[in-house]
Design a protein around this ligand. Structure first.
Ligand SMILES: NC(=O)C1=CN([C@@H]2O[C@H](COP(=O)(O)OP(=O)(O)OC[C@H]3O[C@@H](n4cnc5c(N)ncnc54)[C@H](OP(=O)(O)O)[C@@H]3O)[C@@H](O)[C@H]2O)C=CC1
Ligand SMILES: O=C(O)[C@@H]1CCC=N1
Length: 269
């Protein structure tokens, strides 16, 4: 891609995008500028990825064609407001902050700005991200295609309406955390059964990845795939019965309802 990319803020999520983007070969490290307030963190990113270290957020805004705002939600509007006058007219600003609406971004940046609200997730770092993309009306089809290409270079990406953002936060933005908890719990149980811990993580994680691949690649209903594992009178149905008794599905749904409500609340505060 023949575009200069900038990162204002580059912590857990910014680094996952940066790492995924560079690993894909879609953008050369020399075409990427990064700024965070800690000079040693910028230097560490420069050394790890070969990207350019910017001295200020304004410098990133001046140089880049596509600027990622990857700071915490509570500072996104302030940080973008401060670089606004340094942006070019055609620059596309991509905010990845949970709860920050396109409307509030336009209020901070001006209603003539090309703005995209995106919701990625940390598996971007291993080429398996899932990202939603919501452009405002000023973003051209070419700009949208660039953004989709960027996010697809390290996983899957779909353009969705802004109304879908809360389910997206629940089902993909935040969900790696619950999946890691599930893997940890399964590994603990395997350790209880006598398996060495390292091997337990390998078996648990590979089983989760393989199951996810089956859903994505067979197109079969998850319930049907579950039934294929449950031999009559076998081991799996014993586990399924306990999960049902303990309210496994309900726990997941209630947890995600809280997550989605928080996403909604962030958008109002
Ligand atoms: N973590 C996740 O899984 C996901 C996060 N998000 C969103 O990504 C955003 C970032 O989250 P996350 O990466 O987890 O947070 P981190 O705390 O890991 O990263 C925040 C980054 O912002 C930088 N920063 C702080 N203050 C400023 C400033 N004034 N100007 C420029 N940069 C600044 C920090 O730099 P320094 O370290 O030098 O202070 C750091 O690089 C959030 O808005 C979140 O909603 C979206 C999807 C998933
Ligand atoms: O926890 C958060 O607020 C961010 C947004 C989605 C994932 N992490």
């Amino acid at each position: 891609m023949d575009k200069k990319i900038g990162f204002i803020g580059c912590g857990n999520m910014g680094k996952a995008i940066l790492g995924g983007l560079i690993a894909s070969g879609q953008v050369q490290p020399g075409s990427i500028w990064v700024y965070t307030p800690s000079p040693d963190k910028v230097e560490a990113l420069r050394q790890e990825f070969g990207v350019n270290a910017a001295q200020s957020a304004q410098e990133v805004a001046q140089i880049a064609d596509i600027v990622f705002g990857a700071v915490k939600p509570n500072m996104m509007l302030k940080v973008l407001g401060e670089v606004n006058s340094s942006l070019n007219k055609e620059t596309v600003v991509i905010s990845i902050a949970a709860g920050i609406t396109l409307d509030s971004l336009a209020t901070a940046l001006g209603h003539d700005r090309k703005i995209i609200r995106a919701m990625p997730n940390t598996p971007a770092l291993v080429n398996a991200g899932m990202t939603s993309i919501t452009p405002n009306a000023l973003v051209s089809p070419e700009d949208i295609a660039d953004a989709v290409n960027i996010f697809r270079s390290f996983g899957q990406a779909e353009v969705v309406s802004e109304a879908m953002i809360h389910p997206v936060v629940g089902v993909s933005g935040s969900s790696p955390a619950y999946v890691f908890m599930f893997i940890e719990a399964m590994a603990d149980a395997a350790v209880l059964g006598g398996m060495p811990r390292k091997q337990a993580y390998q078996f648990a994680a590979q089983a989760v990845m393989g199951s996810a691949k089956m859903v994505l690649e067979t197109g079969m209903h998850p319930g049907e795939l579950k039934d294929m594992v449950c031999s009559p009178g076998g081991t799996t149905i014993e586990a399924v019965k306990v999960l049902e008794e303990k309210g496994f599905r309900s726990a997941v749904m209630e947890a995600m309802a809280k997550c989605m409500a928080k996403s909604e609340q962030l958008g109002k505060s």
